[in-house]
Ligand binder design. Structure first.
Ligand SMILES: Cc1cc2nc3c(=O)[nH]c(=O)nc-3n(C[C@H](O)[C@H](O)[C@H](O)COP(=O)(O)O)c2cc1C
Length: 340
């Protein structure tokens, strides 16, 4: 049997992944916009043989329920601002060699031509280490930053499907050997190796070609994290990696089986898609120290931030009307907004 190797991704925002990580005495929250610190984190991950460094992203301040509205008004959430991932990875790629870069970008609010161009550039700059975490942007707050209404989930996924199709066509604009640099004839490229996508679809009309040569990887690695029916289908069609965050083994196994079973429909092999479940690891010299660290971190979560996180997990807009010290309530179905 072929030897299989575990793939490791580091999912580390500059202020830490844990909601209260930045409040630990040794944490350096003031460095959350420090390129030197970002480089230190990525180089540490590379030294530790991680395959990829992942940066989540959103397009509004209150994008992830990491902070409830109240928490934000009190200035509590730490995951509300940060570097734009593609820009940051371009800088980090110059001082690393092997680690891959998974940058999150939205198919709802970006344009295929602009995004295909940015990822093609990142793939060239990093010498083939770029990956795109395709998100449809759940947080409706983003719409207000684009002068538009937030499309419903179904429509967002339809657009995502065509969006990826267009970006792939754009990445195929130039054949790998299109550039010939023939000083004698004066031909920089071979026009037979240039293909305009001429895409006419439901959401996009894009003539092309892309004004960046074909990325070294062909296509940057497509990563996806959708959990819904449409999200799973999109992953089965295009993704090489899918992130999941199931909270128990049975759910995780069900998800794995379900997503892998969908690949055949797209003439793909089950191994063409890697499933990477998220785990939070608390590291210390002994188990007891790790346990203490875990407890300390959790004790530092501000109740309003915890409430915001719980609201996000419960799929509701706002749990603040419930008593913090009472047992978890029966939720009013009118508050549940998971179907977005
Ligand atoms: C590990 C993980 C990371 C995610 N990162 C982001 C992100 O950076 N930005 C974002 O808008 N959504 C992010 N999401 C949300 C997903 O893109 C997706 O919207 C969510 O899992 C719900 O799936 P659904 O839209 O198919 O219902 C992430 C989800 C997971 C599980």
């Amino acid at each position: 049997m072929a030897q299989r190797q575990i793939k490791l991704g580091a999912f580390i925002p500059l202020t830490s992944q844990h909601a209260a990580g930045w409040r630990l005495p040794q944490a350096r929250p003031e460095q959350h916009l420090s390129i030197d610190y970002a480089i230190e984190l990525a180089q540490t991950a590379e030294r530790g043989l991680f395959d990829a460094y992942f940066l989540a992203d959103g397009l509004s301040v209150n994008w992830s329920h990491a902070a409830s509205k109240e928490a934000q008004n009190l200035g509590l959430g730490d995951k509300v601002v940060g570097f734009e991932p593609i820009t940051l990875f371009a800088a980090i790629s110059a001082v690393t060699k092997h680690i891959g870069f998974i940058a999150t970008a939205s198919t709802t609010y970006e344009e295929p031509y602009l995004l295909a161009r940015k990822f093609a550039s990142l793939d060239h700059i990093s010498k083939g280490r770029a990956a795109w975490n395709v998100v449809t942007t759940v947080a409706s707050e983003a719409a207000a930053n684009f002068g538009t209404a937030h499309p419903d989930a179904k429509l967002r996924y339809q657009r995502a499907d065509e969006f990826i199709e267009v970006t792939q066509k754009l990445w195929d604009s130039w054949q790998d050997d299109a550039f010939i640099y023939d000083k004698t004839s004066g031909r920089f490229f071979d026009p037979d190796k240039l293909h305009e996508p001429l895409h006419q679809g439901e959401f996009f009309h894009v003539k092309g070609a892309l004004n960046v040569p074909r990325p070294p990887q062909g296509y940057p690695v497509i990563v996806q994290a959708g959990q819904s029916e449409d999200g799973r289908e999109l992953a089965a069609k295009y993704a090489e990696v899918i992130f999941t965050a199931q909270q128990d083994l049975a759910d995780a196994q069900e998800f794995y089986r379900d997503v892998k079973a969908r690949l055949g429909k797209y003439r793909r092999h089950a191994d063409d898609l890697k499933i990477m479940p998220g785990v939070s690891v608390f590291v210390a010299k002994t188990q007891q120290e790790a346990q203490e660290k875990y407890q300390l971190l959790n004790s530092l979560i501000h109740p309003q931030v915890g409430l915001g996180l719980l609201s996000g997990l419960a799929g509701t807009a706002d749990l603040s009307q419930y008593d913090l010290d009472a047992p978890f309530p029966e939720l009013d179905p009118n508050l549940i907004t998971t179907s977005r």
